[in-house]
Design a protein around this ligand. Sequence first.
Ligand SMILES: Cc1cc2nc3c(=O)[nH]c(=O)nc-3n(C[C@H](O)[C@H](O)[C@H](O)COP(=O)(O)OP(=O)(O)OC[C@H]3O[C@@H](n4cnc5c(N)ncnc54)[C@H](O)[C@@H]3O)c2cc1C
Length: 387
Amino acid sequence: MAFSSKKRITVIGGGFAGLASACSLASRGFEVDLLEKNATTGGRGRSFQSDGFTFDMGPSWYWMPGVFEEFFARFGKSVSDYYELTRLDPSYRVYFEDGSQLDIPADYTALRNEFEKLESGSGPKLDEFLSEAKVKYDVSMKDFVWKPSLSITEFMHPTLLCESFRLDLFSSFSKHARKYFQHPKILQLLEFPVLFLGAKPSGTPAMYSMMNYADIKLGTWYPKGGMLKIAEAMTKLAVELGVRIHTDADVSKILIDGKKATGVLYNNSHLVSDAVVAAADYQHVEQKLMDAPFRNYNENYWKNRTMSPSSLIFYIGVNRKLPGLLHHNLFFDEDFGEHANDIYDKKLARETFVLSLLYIENRRHSSACRDGKHFYPHTCRHRINQH
Ligand SMILES: Cc1cc2nc3c(=O)[nH]c(=O)nc-3n(C[C@H](O)[C@H](O)[C@H](O)COP(=O)(O)OP(=O)(O)OC[C@H]3O[C@@H](n4cnc5c(N)ncnc54)[C@H](O)[C@@H]3O)c2cc1C
């Protein structure tokens, strides 16, 4: 039997993080085994099929296309080698409490005009708001994302330190937005991306106006064939790079000798390696896969953390086009603040907090979908509960 002289690394989790880690390690010459407990890779971004419908289970908003492009470029590839991307126009549709609706145009000037219709003078303010948001976005994407996050000092960036007051960095997102705009509809439009972070706009730093830059300037995109194309592409790349992917492989323990991880136990088998990369939820890895002496935090620490809220999602396949619905629909039919207080402060499960209606192509109608225009909605009413 021939043994490889390469160092072996086990990656736990086949979501985007695990797949990205596995690709990076394999391209640097490591022998990589990726263990995924589900039957398919993709993690929260995986899909399932039922009765001829394919459902993307998690993400539906493809934002920041440059991040994906940069990832594939690291391996001499491009997104277009794996899937076709289209910028959606309009980006999404919003229904307001008063029954009115607004389609958010991809074109910035057109959106600016919509803002002006709602609040006179808001056009130039939007320019200013977004130019600040761009500074935050650029610093975050060019610098922060590459930091190991071992210390807060890593995030003391010269541009941000010098401009902290102008960029309103010590303020909350909701205060920051209200310095520019008053109209409740504009505020809702700007605050909804922050809800993606699983937090209240009033408790989220103004730094996150970078999300508005991503939304408005960089746009909402759609991979032809559905969001599952991303996981498929990353899985394909991993295999091309030589990663061995094991699905239905549930890791029950990380084996540690002294201060060194020496492998994992999965499905009652032992996999030896020189290092382990855990790309599953941190709390799960620490509390369930590692013995107490090796944990950074105890149970009490985790009990006192504010976890992102969970949501109950209904995947509903509909075999016809539903009038009035676009690819992405947001229903701002109830007060954000009230909902956020119920979820985060009072820890109440809200009966219905409708965030979006997702939709997906129906495979049986795939020929109709070829031009990327006709979609068959599946509805998803997000009911956000306490974690
Ligand atoms: C409903 C929903 C909607 C979302 N919408 C968007 C969106 O529109 N746009 C966007 O950008 N993001 C969105 N997100 C967030 C995005 O999906 C996640 O940030 C991303 O998928 C996280 O990837 P990850 O690899 O870090 O984690 P995960 O996807 O959770 O991957 C972790 C993997 O580890 C596996 N695993 C866990 N424990 C073990 C174990 N013991 N042994 C083996 N395997 C294990 C899991 O099965 C999983 O496959 C959404 C998320 C959800 C849930």
